[in-house]
Structure formats: C-alpha cells, structure tokens
Unconditional design. Structure first.
Length: 173
C-alpha cells in the first residue's frame, strides 16, 4: 500500500512540475509535457488492440502447444520459434513484454522468453524492411549475424542462471 501511495505521489509531482513549466513558460518543461502527451496518445491507440490480441492468445493457444514448441523440452527449435515469433511482433517494443509474460505463464522456458523479447526488439519484420531499404541488405544481414546469436547466448546464460536460483515471475497482486 505504501508503494502505491509513493507512486501516486510521484505522478502528482510530475504533473505539478509540467503545470509549473506551462505557467512560467519554461521551454524544456513544456517540451517534456508535449512529448508525454504524444506518447500517451500513441499508447492509447495501440494498447487496447494489443491487449485484446494477447487475451485471444491466452484463450485460443493451448498450454500444451507452448510447452511443446517453447518449453523445457523444445531444444534448439524453441529458440528458432522464439525468433520467428519475435520477428512477427508488430508495434512498439513494450508490446513484447506482456506477450513474453503470457508465454511464460503457458509454459515457455525462461531463456526462450528472453530470446523472444530480444528478437522482438531487434528483428521485427517492418523494422527490417525499413532498415534494409535505408541502410542496405548487407548491413541488415551483418547486424542479424551479430545480434541474434548474442541474444540467444545471453538468453541461455540468463535463463539458466535464474533457473538455478529457482526464479519465478511474480503473478502480480
């Protein structure tokens, strides 16, 4: 309860500071307020649809399917599926976090969830097409060859470390 009151206090202070910036015509503070407004508007446009799709994923995809393809016995193919799923993620990077949480709850191995989140941040299809058209296909291939193995390697390291520590993702309040 104290944590919630503290967070509400921080949010109130933030908005008071933005209001003071507007009153005193303080340019950096007003830019922060405008940027917050634009970001919040974008999130309001994206989040409802993303959460509807995540809800449908929760209902339609069986736990056994996730455990089979992304679980502890999936082997190397689980990382392939995680990269493929991450590449197909549309929208901002923040959308991959609730999807990763849903995958974990359905039985995906922790290292594969980390791989999915990493892949969603570096190899989404729309971003790849834009990058290849602006910087060239050669650059995109080199970046993939450098970044994807590192994402997988560090996901395996982090996943095995946290598994040894019996880490569990908190289910919330």
């Amino acid at each position: 309860m104290k944590k919630n009151i503290f967070m509400i206090g921080i949010i109130i202070i933030y908005f008071i500071l933005i209001l003071l910036a507007i009153i005193f015509n303080y340019e950096p503070g007003m830019k922060i307020g405008v940027n917050f407004y634009k970001f919040a508007l974008e999130m309001i446009k994206i989040f409802p649809f993303a959460f509807i799709l995540i809800g449908l994923f929760e209902v339609w995809v069986k736990n056994e399917t996730i455990k089979k393809h992304l679980g502890t016995n999936s082997g190397k193919s689980g990382y392939f599926w995680a990269v493929l799923l991450g590449g197909c993620t549309i929208g901002p990077m923040i959308i991959s976090l609730p999807v990763g949480y849903s995958l974990y709850n359905k039985g995906a191995k922790l290292s594969i969830v980390f791989t999915y989140i990493g892949a969603a941040s570096i190899c989404r299809i729309p971003m790849t097409i834009f990058e290849a058209s602006c910087l060239g296909v050669k650059f995109t291939i080199i970046r993939y060859m450098g970044s994807l193995p590192l994402v997988i390697i560090f996901s395996v390291i982090l996943g095995s470390y946290l598994s040894k520590k019996n880490y569990k993702i908190n289910k919330g309040n």
